[in-house]
Design a protein around this ligand. Structure first.
Ligand SMILES: CC(C)(COP(=O)(O)OP(=O)(O)OC[C@H]1O[C@@H](n2cnc3c(N)ncnc32)[C@H](O)[C@@H]1OP(=O)(O)O)[C@@H](O)C(=O)NCCC(=O)NCCS
Length: 185
Protein backbone atom coordinates (compact mmCIF):
# COMPACT_ATOMS: atom_id res chain seq x y z
CA UNK A 1 0.00 0.00 0.00
CA UNK A 2 1.30 3.50 -0.82
CA UNK A 3 1.31 5.64 2.28
CA UNK A 4 -0.58 8.90 2.18
CA UNK A 5 -3.15 7.98 -0.46
CA UNK A 6 -6.40 9.25 1.07
CA UNK A 7 -9.53 7.14 1.34
CA UNK A 8 -11.68 10.25 0.81
CA UNK A 9 -11.03 13.15 -1.57
CA UNK A 10 -13.31 16.17 -1.79
CA UNK A 11 -13.55 18.33 -4.90
CA UNK A 12 -15.85 21.34 -5.36
CA UNK A 13 -18.88 19.20 -6.21
CA UNK A 14 -17.85 15.60 -5.62
CA UNK A 15 -16.66 13.32 -2.87
CA UNK A 16 -14.44 10.40 -3.87
CA UNK A 17 -14.47 7.55 -1.40
CA UNK A 18 -13.31 3.94 -1.32
CA UNK A 19 -15.70 1.39 -2.80
CA UNK A 20 -17.71 -0.84 -0.47
CA UNK A 21 -19.23 -4.26 -1.16
CA UNK A 22 -22.67 -2.74 -0.55
CA UNK A 23 -22.16 -0.45 -3.58
CA UNK A 24 -22.45 -3.31 -6.08
CA UNK A 25 -26.14 -2.95 -6.94
CA UNK A 26 -25.87 0.80 -7.57
CA UNK A 27 -22.60 0.49 -9.46
CA UNK A 28 -24.29 -2.04 -11.72
CA UNK A 29 -27.49 -0.01 -12.11
CA UNK A 30 -25.82 3.37 -12.53
CA UNK A 31 -23.05 2.67 -15.04
CA UNK A 32 -21.27 -0.71 -15.33
CA UNK A 33 -24.27 -2.31 -17.08
CA UNK A 34 -24.79 0.66 -19.43
CA UNK A 35 -23.63 0.04 -23.04
CA UNK A 36 -22.96 3.76 -23.59
CA UNK A 37 -20.73 4.13 -20.53
CA UNK A 38 -18.83 0.87 -21.00
CA UNK A 39 -18.37 1.13 -24.77
CA UNK A 40 -14.73 2.21 -24.57
CA UNK A 41 -13.78 0.48 -21.31
CA UNK A 42 -11.28 -2.41 -21.22
CA UNK A 43 -13.59 -4.89 -19.44
CA UNK A 44 -16.88 -6.53 -20.38
CA UNK A 45 -20.10 -4.77 -19.43
CA UNK A 46 -21.56 -6.15 -16.18
CA UNK A 47 -24.65 -8.14 -16.98
CA UNK A 48 -25.25 -9.01 -13.32
CA UNK A 49 -24.81 -7.39 -9.93
CA UNK A 50 -22.48 -10.29 -9.08
CA UNK A 51 -20.09 -9.13 -11.82
CA UNK A 52 -20.08 -5.62 -10.34
CA UNK A 53 -19.46 -7.12 -6.89
CA UNK A 54 -16.46 -9.07 -8.11
CA UNK A 55 -15.13 -5.94 -9.88
CA UNK A 56 -15.36 -3.99 -6.60
CA UNK A 57 -13.60 -6.82 -4.81
CA UNK A 58 -10.74 -6.76 -7.31
CA UNK A 59 -10.41 -2.99 -6.82
CA UNK A 60 -10.07 -3.61 -3.07
CA UNK A 61 -7.26 -6.11 -3.66
CA UNK A 62 -5.43 -3.65 -5.94
CA UNK A 63 -5.76 -0.90 -3.33
CA UNK A 64 -4.18 -3.13 -0.67
CA UNK A 65 -1.38 -4.13 -3.08
CA UNK A 66 -0.79 -0.46 -3.92
CA UNK A 67 -0.98 -1.15 -7.67
CA UNK A 68 -4.15 0.89 -8.21
CA UNK A 69 -6.34 3.14 -6.14
CA UNK A 70 -9.99 3.48 -7.16
CA UNK A 71 -12.61 5.73 -5.64
CA UNK A 72 -16.36 5.86 -6.07
CA UNK A 73 -17.53 9.26 -7.29
CA UNK A 74 -20.41 10.56 -5.16
CA UNK A 75 -22.31 13.84 -5.29
CA UNK A 76 -22.84 15.08 -1.71
CA UNK A 77 -25.06 15.10 0.19
CA UNK A 78 -25.79 11.78 -1.54
CA UNK A 79 -23.40 8.93 -0.81
CA UNK A 80 -24.57 6.92 -3.84
CA UNK A 81 -21.83 5.95 -6.30
CA UNK A 82 -22.28 7.52 -9.77
CA UNK A 83 -18.87 6.78 -11.22
CA UNK A 84 -15.31 5.79 -10.61
CA UNK A 85 -11.91 7.44 -10.72
CA UNK A 86 -8.67 5.53 -10.44
CA UNK A 87 -4.91 5.95 -10.41
CA UNK A 88 -2.55 3.07 -11.29
CA UNK A 89 1.03 3.33 -10.11
CA UNK A 90 3.92 1.82 -12.09
CA UNK A 91 7.14 3.33 -10.75
CA UNK A 92 7.80 6.68 -12.43
CA UNK A 93 4.56 6.44 -14.38
CA UNK A 94 0.99 6.68 -13.14
CA UNK A 95 -2.16 6.20 -15.20
CA UNK A 96 -5.55 7.73 -14.55
CA UNK A 97 -8.95 6.38 -15.58
CA UNK A 98 -12.55 7.44 -15.04
CA UNK A 99 -16.14 6.58 -15.84
CA UNK A 100 -19.42 8.28 -14.99
CA UNK A 101 -23.12 7.42 -15.08
CA UNK A 102 -24.71 8.80 -18.24
CA UNK A 103 -27.22 10.88 -16.26
CA UNK A 104 -24.27 12.93 -14.94
CA UNK A 105 -22.43 13.57 -18.23
CA UNK A 106 -21.85 17.06 -19.58
CA UNK A 107 -21.57 18.94 -16.27
CA UNK A 108 -17.77 19.08 -16.10
CA UNK A 109 -17.74 16.53 -13.28
CA UNK A 110 -15.06 14.29 -14.73
CA UNK A 111 -12.81 17.23 -15.53
CA UNK A 112 -13.07 18.12 -11.83
CA UNK A 113 -12.44 14.53 -10.72
CA UNK A 114 -9.57 13.96 -13.16
CA UNK A 115 -7.82 17.06 -11.80
CA UNK A 116 -8.02 15.53 -8.32
CA UNK A 117 -6.69 12.20 -9.65
CA UNK A 118 -3.69 14.00 -11.17
CA UNK A 119 -3.02 15.67 -7.82
CA UNK A 120 -3.01 12.28 -6.08
CA UNK A 121 -0.76 10.76 -8.73
CA UNK A 122 1.80 13.56 -8.42
CA UNK A 123 1.62 13.43 -4.60
CA UNK A 124 3.78 10.29 -4.92
CA UNK A 125 7.33 11.65 -5.24
CA UNK A 126 8.58 8.93 -7.63
CA UNK A 127 5.91 9.78 -10.23
CA UNK A 128 7.39 11.89 -13.04
CA UNK A 129 4.47 11.73 -15.49
CA UNK A 130 0.86 10.62 -15.70
CA UNK A 131 -0.79 9.01 -18.70
CA UNK A 132 -4.29 8.24 -19.90
CA UNK A 133 -4.97 5.67 -22.61
CA UNK A 134 -8.11 6.09 -24.64
CA UNK A 135 -9.81 4.71 -27.70
CA UNK A 136 -9.20 6.99 -30.68
CA UNK A 137 -13.00 7.35 -31.04
CA UNK A 138 -13.54 8.39 -27.43
CA UNK A 139 -13.74 12.10 -28.16
CA UNK A 140 -15.37 13.09 -24.85
CA UNK A 141 -12.56 11.45 -22.90
CA UNK A 142 -9.94 13.04 -25.15
CA UNK A 143 -11.49 16.43 -24.44
CA UNK A 144 -11.32 15.77 -20.69
CA UNK A 145 -7.63 14.81 -21.01
CA UNK A 146 -6.92 18.04 -22.92
CA UNK A 147 -8.82 20.17 -20.41
CA UNK A 148 -6.63 18.92 -17.54
CA UNK A 149 -3.47 19.71 -19.49
CA UNK A 150 -2.60 16.34 -21.01
CA UNK A 151 -1.19 16.14 -24.51
CA UNK A 152 -1.56 13.35 -27.04
CA UNK A 153 1.84 11.76 -27.62
CA UNK A 154 1.24 8.57 -29.55
CA UNK A 155 -1.17 6.05 -31.01
CA UNK A 156 -0.90 2.34 -30.47
CA UNK A 157 -3.10 -0.64 -31.26
CA UNK A 158 -2.85 -3.14 -28.47
CA UNK A 159 -5.83 -2.50 -26.21
CA UNK A 160 -8.93 -4.70 -26.33
CA UNK A 161 -12.22 -2.89 -25.85
CA UNK A 162 -14.38 -6.02 -25.61
CA UNK A 163 -17.72 -4.19 -25.67
CA UNK A 164 -16.93 -3.11 -29.25
CA UNK A 165 -14.81 -5.94 -30.63
CA UNK A 166 -12.43 -8.71 -29.64
CA UNK A 167 -9.83 -7.22 -31.96
CA UNK A 168 -7.52 -4.75 -30.17
CA UNK A 169 -8.35 -1.18 -31.14
CA UNK A 170 -6.21 1.89 -31.79
CA UNK A 171 -5.77 3.99 -28.70
CA UNK A 172 -4.24 7.37 -28.01
CA UNK A 173 -1.75 7.81 -25.22
CA UNK A 174 -2.06 11.17 -23.46
CA UNK A 175 0.59 12.40 -21.01
CA UNK A 176 1.35 15.22 -18.60
CA UNK A 177 4.60 15.65 -16.69
CA UNK A 178 5.07 17.12 -13.25
CA UNK A 179 6.18 20.57 -14.52
CA UNK A 180 3.24 20.88 -16.90
CA UNK A 181 0.84 19.82 -14.14
CA UNK A 182 2.26 22.46 -11.80
CA UNK A 183 1.83 25.09 -14.51
CA UNK A 184 -1.87 24.18 -14.83
CA UNK A 185 -2.62 24.88 -11.16
C1 LIG B 1 -15.78 10.55 -20.88
C2 LIG B 1 -16.62 10.91 -19.65
C3 LIG B 1 -15.89 10.37 -18.45
C4 LIG B 1 -16.79 12.42 -19.58
O1 LIG B 1 -17.50 12.78 -18.38
P1 LIG B 1 -18.16 14.25 -18.24
O2 LIG B 1 -18.31 14.55 -16.78
O3 LIG B 1 -19.35 14.32 -19.12
O4 LIG B 1 -16.99 15.14 -18.82
P2 LIG B 1 -16.86 16.73 -18.73
O5 LIG B 1 -18.24 17.31 -18.70
O6 LIG B 1 -15.93 17.04 -17.62
O7 LIG B 1 -16.14 17.09 -20.10
C5 LIG B 1 -16.52 16.47 -21.31
C6 LIG B 1 -16.02 17.30 -22.47
O8 LIG B 1 -16.13 16.50 -23.66
C7 LIG B 1 -17.00 17.18 -24.55
N1 LIG B 1 -17.74 16.13 -25.26
C8 LIG B 1 -18.70 15.35 -24.76
N2 LIG B 1 -19.12 14.50 -25.72
C9 LIG B 1 -18.38 14.77 -26.82
C10 LIG B 1 -18.34 14.24 -28.12
N3 LIG B 1 -19.13 13.22 -28.49
N4 LIG B 1 -17.45 14.76 -29.01
C11 LIG B 1 -16.62 15.76 -28.63
N5 LIG B 1 -16.62 16.32 -27.39
C12 LIG B 1 -17.49 15.82 -26.51
C13 LIG B 1 -17.86 18.07 -23.70
O9 LIG B 1 -18.42 19.12 -24.45
C14 LIG B 1 -16.83 18.56 -22.69
O10 LIG B 1 -15.94 19.50 -23.23
P3 LIG B 1 -16.17 21.10 -23.01
O11 LIG B 1 -16.13 21.34 -21.53
O12 LIG B 1 -15.04 21.73 -23.75
O13 LIG B 1 -17.53 21.43 -23.59
C15 LIG B 1 -18.00 10.26 -19.68
O14 LIG B 1 -18.56 10.62 -20.91
C16 LIG B 1 -17.95 8.75 -19.53
O15 LIG B 1 -18.05 8.22 -18.43
N6 LIG B 1 -17.81 8.04 -20.65
C17 LIG B 1 -17.79 6.59 -20.62
C18 LIG B 1 -16.56 6.00 -19.91
C19 LIG B 1 -15.30 6.37 -20.61
O16 LIG B 1 -15.25 6.39 -21.83
N7 LIG B 1 -14.29 6.64 -19.80
C20 LIG B 1 -12.99 7.00 -20.28
C21 LIG B 1 -12.21 5.82 -20.66
S1 LIG B 1 -10.62 6.34 -21.23
Amino acid sequence: MLSGIPEVIDTDRTRLRRPRAADAAQVHANWTSDPDVTRFLPWRRHETVAMAASYLESLGVKWEEGSAHAWMITLPPSDDPVGLGLVRFRGEEAEIGYSLARSCWGRGLITEVAGALLREAFSVPSVTHVIAVLDTENTASARVAEKIGMRQVSTFTDLPHPNISDVPRPCFRYVIDRAADRAMR
